[in-house]
Design a protein around this ligand. Structure first.
Ligand code: APR
Length: 262
């Protein structure tokens, strides 16, 4: 059962804050049916992350796409998933002008689909595939269909180059614009919500530390402690994000209504 006192405390902190930023991870999308990576039924419990690095992709793009189709057959599906109550709660917080932006490690596009408009995609977006030779982009739905019909690896219609999901694979750099903007947002916020991430993958996991270094309060929402807990984060709401976030936002609305601000 979530701690109602902490729900009220976080709502007060959000209302008082000048600039709130959220860092989200796979834990925000598990209630949309997308497994996370390191939780009890996470992707890396079933597949070897070494098969999904950029060098593994370049060494054997056919095998990468075969494994990707296998993951889909095993139920690790991103395309077609729908936002859950956690995504909608964060979109509502932005509408209430109490969430400046979301920095997400997720590649599912569900924050935008739920209505969030300022989303920094730190690890790219799996709804597109890109040619590694000429940079032409294709909708992933179309590319996965071609791969399922046997075109392995799928190739660029313009130059014949190999297509790659437009996500940041291990060993790849974070897109420079996302990295620079995310670091600035971490420096300039006075409250960072760290939601549904194990905080073990860098450089995303440095963002809460940057926020802390620049004087922000850092609050985690997760169903388990992380390396940030009790060290970087000021407190943690332990439980399901799909239950906690709507309660926090309802409390924020209540406070704003009492202040005559909505
Ligand atoms: N409610 C609250 N917490 C949850 C929920 C939920 N419904 N579901 C999962 N979690 C928690 C898990 O306990 C875990 O602490 O969310 C966290 C998810 O951690 P990871 O699976 O490691 O996902 P993430 O932190 O986003 O991974 C970062 O690693 O593999 C790479 O590129 C990939 O972006 C990903 C990066």
């Amino acid at each position: 059962m979530v701690d109602e006192v902490l729900i009220k405390r976080l709502a007060l902190d959000i209302v008082k804050a000048r600039r709130v930023v959220a860092l989200t991870g796979a834990g925000v999308s598990t209630e949309s049916g997308i497994p996370d990576f390191r939780g009890p039924r996470g992707l890396w419990k079933k597949y070897d992350p070494k098969d999904f690095t950029y060098s593994a992709f370049l060494r054997n793009p056919r095998r990468y796409w075969e494994l990707r189709l296998q993951r889909k057959r095993d139920g690790f599906v991103v395309l077609g998933a729908k936002p859950n109550s956690a995504h909608y709660a964060l979109a509502r917080l932005e509408k209430l002008r109490k969430l400046h932006c979301i920095i997400t490690q997720n590649v599912d596009g569900l924050h935008q689909e739920a209505g969030s408009s300022r989303v920094i995609e730190f690890h790219g977006n799996s709804r597109w595939a890109v040619c590694i030779r000429c940079g032409e982009r294709y909708p992933m739905v179309e590319v996965e269909e071609r791969a399922e019909r046997g075109e392995l690896p799928p190739t660029c219609k313009s130059c014949g180059g190999v297509l790659k999901p437009e996500i940041v694979m291990f060993e790849e750099p974070i897109p420079m614009d996302a990295l620079i903007v995310a670091r600035e947002e971490a420096k300039n916020c006075d409250l960072m919500l760290v939601i549904g991430t194990s905080a073990v993958v860098y450089p995303a996991a440095e963002l809460p530390k940057i926020a802390k270094m620049y004087g922000a309060e850092v609050v985690e929402i997760n169903n388990e402690p992380t390396p940030l807990t009790g060290i970087v984060s000021d407190y943690m709401l332990e439980g399901r994000v799909g239950e906690i976030l709507p309660k926090v936002v309802a409390e924020v609305e209540d406070l704003l209504r009492k202040e005559g601000k909505i």
